[in-house]
Unconditional design. Structure first.
Lengths: 361, 669
């Protein structure tokens, strides 16, 4: 699959502002609309500028993926210490809207941003600068070279042409959205790398951390993890059908056994489930999060190695501390967010911050 | 005394060069809560030094007509909220247990303020406040915001310091314009506040000190007449008060000498018995500038309306009083059938005249005398004779007069009239006559000074919003509406502004507010104030005021120093009231003002055989005449009035006094 022609990394990103120098960026949606209109093509009316991120849902089917369980005890009670060593939270956001069509192919304006919010004396504040990107995503093959060059001189364009590309407008749109999603991960990862390189404190990343690449392969043993991922969606559940019973019955303040998640192209991660809250209705996924930690180097290659070969004992202290910290992060509650049962306040704060700057797209 | 041009202008310092302005907040507006040309909203950091009453400057971003707009405002409302959508969420977060362990993170909060616009620069075009950066106002900003730049500084400065505005570690002097405080543009000042904090009296004392220090030379001379209507509040204006370092700092900053008034004279009527002054300032150490206030018949008759209400005086009675005033008092009067010629100078003379007229009527055939019916004559006699009883101590039967020095008022002098101990009628009479005399003399430019400030406390009593239309109220209305053209300026105070006649307070160009009562703030007169300003008014400390002045588009909160004069409470402790003197002691004390050699023993011996009333009359006559030989004059006055009766001599002989030599200070000095 051919990816976007512009990539951003922590190394090449400018560090002196909210803009990422690695990918061309526009100042605002209005600027993009004016630029496209200047080419003589009709642009979307204001009422049609709908955020596709809200209307297009991923269609992944629910699944259960087997994993390597690293502990024999299936359930662990977590002491509620009320203490947390998590210092900062990372999250990203994207806003996408179709601003025009050229030969039936959509031009997708995207606002993409990521931020780290750190806790200073109980109050949340922005760490360094947020990464913000505004650009038009389009398929060069679909819109044609002539139009592409005309637009390129006016607005920042990101080519999302794929080799075996379908000309179906919806297929193109799906690909553009996927590229936006990937760019967002790119910004998040860039911030995470910066944090990892500059800070010795613990950063909580919203979502999985396997996409962080080599960074998540922790060479330390035993580890003192400075990155922890918290996954709130459970379309994919890790375990066996038998272990699901235990998972569904997990009490508030308890965690599952530690397990190792293997990825084909990404590094493996250590993971476990933690029940932050218990629903009186019995919803098995209510208040359930999955925590990810970087796995030690060398654990990623052999999927079939047995637990004794991978001594988890040095990790258990970190796992307990992180679990306890996450329980402490349950308050303040993140209401009125619909995911409040799983959403820690720090991440909620990141989302609200990004929503505020997204209002200026 | 410092001159204003050298003081006020230099007090306004421009911080723009020596202090790097740090933004305090940002202007925000939404469709639901837009900014207007008179109101705007801004947010700040949680620890920003902003509160209700803080003055801020907004720097616009987009030039209008080539000029970056600058807007000044005063904070009138503040809001604080977090991202909590409903309190229920907090309950949920803590599991319904208020004592649950606190969160590790505080919710995101906002401090959002609403400010009322004080001034736009440039003034035109008048646009809504732009989205801009908000700064704490420095001295120069405060001056511009309150339009003080129009009258502070320069050779014709008319700035009068009224207090210090404080915000965020900055302190700025606040000035009012003498042209709008003391005339002719506007005039008069009214102060409201709850009782008991001494804010009202302190503020007036401080302001008088400030006016005396900064009254512009080109406006002439000024004096103050203060009516002390309760307690010892104004009785120690010439004594130094207790000041702390903060007070002295404010005095220095505002360039007002931290010293008591240099020229104060006190006036008080006698007690009903007639020989001791009816004042709490009776300590011998302070007696040197206390003068009796006594009036005779002609002084009182002119203001009979003050004491005689409409039930007393109908048209017929009024006609008779006019007749007496014009044809009888102060001149020789004779009529056919009267026993003798009358020369009416005192209430005693008037009563003799009435007796003679009524005798003639009784002896004659008709019911009328000179068209006046006998019943009317009796009624008027009754009412007028009653005046000296109702105002005993102030009104003398014998016509002795001791009054304010009309015609020789001195610049920067304070004349305090202590009527706190007097009856209500007497207070009304004193007020009416003094103010009328001041007005008369100012009209003729013969008072001795060009401007007089008249301070009246308890205004809701003298000029109530409802109730009968009394002489005193009419007089106050007259001062409020026309006094500024004459240089007659009313400084008034009361607890409840809402209970004072609207035209009296409405004509006060400058209004001060100390701590206010919640019920009072709920009255319609305070509707223009927002809830936060009202809340601040309800909790103001001593030494804090809200000031409304014609130049200020919005009220501003200031602090003022303690007056550099002794408080009434401390004064009565430091200078306890002298014991009630005997007649001999009182006469000795009075005569000693004219002759140090007067001794108590001599006075006791001299007055031994005389009636008290004759002694008092003789004393008054001597004080009025101020003879060289006081002893001889006093004896002469005594003998002129009365000779001791045989009964008195006999009584004195049967029970002789233990005459002996008296020490000079035995009367208690």
């Amino acid at each position: 699959m051919h990816h976007a022609s512009h990539r951003s990394t922590g190394a090449d990103r400018a560090s002196d502002g909210v803009q990422d120098a690695g990918i061309p960026s526009a100042n605002s949606l209005a600027e993009v609309l004016r630029a496209v209109a200047a080419t003589g093509r009709p642009v979307a009316a204001a009422r049609d500028l709908v955020d596709l991120s809200l209307s297009v849902q991923t269609a992944d089917a629910p699944s259960i993926v087997p994993v390597t369980v690293l502990e024999s005890t299936p359930v662990h009670r977590i002491p509620d210490t009320g203490q947390s060593h998590i210092s900062a939270f990372l999250d990203g956001v994207q806003r996408t809207m179709i601003v025009a069509h050229v030969r039936g192919a959509p031009l997708l304006f995207a606002f993409i941003a990521a931020v780290v919010r750190e806790r200073n004396e109980r109050r949340m504040a922005t760490w360094r600068e947020p990464l913000v990107k505004r650009a038009v995503f389009a398929s060069r093959a679909a819109v044609g070279d002539t139009v592409w060059r005309e637009l390129e001189s006016r607005v920042p364009l990101i080519d999302c042409t794929a080799n075996s590309d379908s000309a179906h407008p919806l297929a193109i749109r799906a690909r553009l959205l996927a590229e936006v999603q990937r760019t967002r991960e790119q910004l998040e990862n860039s911030l995470a790398v910066d944090w990892y390189e500059q800070e010795s404190r613990t950063l909580l990343v919203d979502g999985g951390i396997s996409s962080l690449g080599a960074l998540v392969v922790d060479p330390a043993a035993p580890p003192a993890p400075r990155l922890v991922g918290v996954v709130k969606s459970h379309t994919t559940l890790y375990g066996t059908p038998e272990s699901l019973d235990t998972l569904c019955d997990l009490d508030e303040g308890s965690r599952s056994a530690l397990f190792l998640i293997h990825h084909r192209v990404r590094p493996s991660v250590l993971s476990w489930y933690l029940r932050l809250r218990r629903a009186s209705s019995g919803d098995p996924l209510f208040g359930l999060v999955r925590v990810e930690l970087p796995a030690p180097a060398g654990w990623s290659s052999d999927q079939n190695a047995s637990p004794p070969d991978r001594d988890v004992a040095p990790f258990l202290g970190a796992v307990a501390n992180l679990s306890s910290a996450l329980l402490a992060e349950r308050t303040p509650v993140s209401l009125p967010d619909a995911r409040w049962d799983r959403l820690v306040y720090g991440v909620y704060d990141c989302e609200r911050y990004l929503r505020a700057i997204a209002d200026h797209v | 005394m410092s001159s204003p041009e050298s003081t006020a202008a230099s007090s306004i310092r421009d911080h723009s060069n020596d202090i790097e302005s740090v933004p305090l907040g940002r202007v925000v507006a939404t469709e639901r809560k837009p900014n207007t040309s008179h109101e705007f909203h801004f947010w700040t950091a949680l620890d920003a030094p902003v509160g209700i009453g803080t003055i801020v400057r907004v720097e616009g971003a987009i030039p209008v007509g080539g000029v970056i707009p600058r807007v000044y405002g005063v904070v009138t409302e503040g809001f604080s909220y977090s991202d909590l959508q409903t309190p229920l969420h907090d309950v949920l977060g803590l599991g319904g247990k208020p004592d649950a362990r606190a969160s590790l993170t505080d919710r995101t909060e906002i401090r959002l303020y609403t400010a009322q616009v004080l001034r736009h620069v440039p003034e035109e075009p008048l646009q809504p406040v732009p989205m801009g950066t908000v700064y704490l106002a420095d001295d120069r900003d405060v001056a511009v915001a309150l339009r003080m730049d129009a009258y502070v500084g320069g050779e014709t400065s008319t700035a009068i310091p009224i207090g210090v505005y404080r915000a965020g570690g900055m302190r700025s002097p606040i000035y009012v314009d003498a042209d709008f405080l003391l005339g002719p543009e506007a005039a008069h000042l009214n102060i409201s506040g709850v009782s008991g904090l001494a804010t009202k009296t302190s503020a007036i004392e401080w302001l008088l000190q400030s006016i005396f220090a900064h009254f512009p030379p080109q406006k002439g001379s000024i004096a103050a007449v203060c009516f002390n209507v309760k307690g010892p509040d104004l009785l120690f204006l010439d004594q130094p008060g207790r000041l702390d370092d903060a007070d002295r700092e404010m005095y220095d900053m505002l360039r007002v000498p931290a010293a008591p008034f240099r020229n104060v004279r006190y006036f008080a009527p006698y007690t009903a018995r007639g020989w001791a002054l009816d004042t709490l300032r009776s300590n011998e150490a302070l007696a040197h500038n206390v003068t009796p206030l006594t009036w005779g018949l002609s002084e009182v008759l002119q203001f009979a309306d003050v004491l005689l209400n409409k039930d007393d005086i109908d048209a017929k009675a009024d006609a008779l009083i006019d007749f007496i005033r014009e044809r009888v008092v102060g001149r020789e009067f004779h009529d056919t059938g009267l026993e003798r010629k009358h020369f009416v100078q005192s209430f005693a003379d008037l009563d003799a005249w009435f007796r003679d007229v009524l005798r003639k009527l009784e002896e004659g055939q008709g019911d009328t005398w000179r068209t006046h019916h006998a019943a009317t004559i009796r009624k008027v006699r009754n009412r007028l004779s009653n005046l000296s009883t109702r105002c005993a101590g102030l009104v003398t039967d014998d016509g002795a007069v001791s009054d304010l020095p009309y015609g020789s008022f001195e610049d920067r002098a304070v004349y305090v009239i202590d009527v706190a101990q007097g009856e209500e009628d007497a207070q009304d009479l004193v007020f009416a006559r003094v103010v009328s005399k001041l007005r008369e003399h100012l009209e003729r430019r013969e008072l001795g000074v060009d401007h007089v400030i008249v301070f009246v406390d308890e205004l809701n009593k003298y000029a109530p919003g409802d109730g009968p239309d009394t002489y005193v109220r009419k007089m106050l209305l007259d001062i409020a509406e026309r006094g500024r053209y004459l240089g007659l300026v009313l400084f008034s105070a009361q607890q409840f502004r809402s209970q004072v006649h609207r035209r009296v307070v409405g004509n006060a160009g400058t209004a001060l507010f100390g701590r206010m009562d919640g019920d009072e703030l709920a009255t319609p007169g305070y509707q223009v104030l927002g809830p936060a300003v009202k809340a601040r008014l309800a909790t103001l400390d001593k030494g804090q005021l809200m000031v409304r002045h014609p130049h200020f588009a919005q009220p501003v909160f200031v602090r003022f120093p303690r007056p550099a004069v002794m408080s009434g409470r401390e004064g009565v402790e430091r200078f306890p009231q002298a014991a009630v003197p005997t007649l001999a002691q009182a006469v000795t004390r009075d005569l000693r003002r004219l002759d140090d050699a007067i001794e108590l023993g001599w006075v006791q011996t001299t007055i031994l055989l005389y009636e008290d009333s004759d002694v008092i009359a003789a004393r008054s006559a001597v004080l009025q005449r101020q003879p060289t030989d006081v002893k001889a004059a006093f004896k002469s006055e005594l003998q002129k009035r009365s000779r001791p009766s045989a009964t008195t001599v006999e009584r004195a002989a049967v029970r002789p006094r233990a005459l002996r030599d008296f020490a000079k200070d035995e009367y208690g000095g």
